[in-house]
Design a protein around this ligand. Structure first.
Ligand code: SF4
Length: 281
């Protein structure tokens, strides 16, 4: 099987990207369409529950570094005192909630990883709220996101330890951007363009968890990751083509990841983790 966005675009000709991704999955993983859709429905349920739990103002991680911030953001958005307004604010708060749920050892869907678990569900669930989409449409979005994530994992990496946070939160933003384009009626090429925009906009983002815990800056990068996905999707939906072939952007992300020193790949030694106040704590 060739792992590329260009081959996905070809396969989507006449049937759409979700159906092409479903057919690939059925062919290579010997799974029925009903089983795929049931797995996606279960994932969607867990995503909803993790968002709900993450908005509990009393929820905190074991370290005490994170928790309760999503609730604050949600309150601020509802009070109309944020800069980004409704959709962006609600999506960011939801991404933060799910990431805080993960930090507090709650159940989440790794999408594609636990550290980046808030971005894709926040994009899809907030789009459902905003546009009145059905669960079936969201399941199509999840299938599209999964196909994009599979290509990134095969060509580059979805691991912070291997490729930096560009490979975790960046990949999640790319998956979410493609899913958003799909559920808003964009073409397969526009989905790939959105993926490219999302990745190029975080190219080089390092993995630098404070004290080696997936909390700071991770939970906040989930909030900004869904914002990046929204922008990338809007660029593509406006008909702006990626100036670079999307598969080449994925390959460039891989090359950058390989050039990152170990201190910036999940060792908790560089970046935010190297701030003097972290070392004193
Ligand atoms: S900083 Fe590292 S551990 Fe945290 S979300 Fe990004 S890749 Fe994952």
């Amino acid at each position: 099987m060739e792992y590329s966005l260009s081959s996905l675009i070809d396969a989507a000709e006449g049937i759409g990207l979700a159906e092409a991704a479903r057919q690939n999955e059925m062919k290579y993983n010997e799974i029925s369409q009903a089983e795929i859709d049931e797995k996606m429905r279960e994932a969607l349920d867990v995503m909803r529950q993790s968002a709900q739990r993450g908005f509990d103002p009393k929820m905190h991680s074991m370290s005490g570094m994170t928790g309760g911030q999503a609730y604050k953001l949600q309150q601020a958005v509802q009070a109309g005192i944020t800069a980004g307004g409704g959709f962006l604010g609600r999506a960011s708060a939801r991404a933060l909630a799910i990431a805080e749920c993960n930090a507090a050892m709650g159940k989440i869907v790794a999408a594609p990883t636990a550290g980046a678990c808030g971005i894709l569900p926040a994009a899809l669930l907030t789009a459902q709220e905003e546009y009145g989409l059905s669960d079936e449409t969201l399941i199509d979005g999840l299938i599209v996101a999964g196909a994009v994530g599979e290509v990134i994992a095969a060509r580059a990496s979805i691991s912070g330890a291997q490729g930096g946070c560009q490979a975790e939160c960046g990949s999640a933003a790319a998956m979410a951007a493609a899913a958003l384009v799909y559920i808003r009626g964009g073409s397969a090429k526009q989905c790939a363009d959105a993926c490219a925009f999302a990745l190029m906009n975080v190219m080089g983002l390092v993995c630098d968890p404070v004290h080696g815990l997936v909390e700071v800056p991770c939970v906040y990068r989930n909030a900004s990751g869904v914002a990046g996905a929204l922008v990338a999707a809007d660029l593509a939906l406006a008909g702006i083509p990626s100036p670079l072939p999307p598969d080449e952007v994925i390959d460039a992300m891989k090359a950058v990841g390989e050039q990152l020193p170990p201190s910036l790949r999940e060792t908790g030694e560089g970046g935010c983790a190297s701030c003097p106040s972290c070392k004193r704590a």
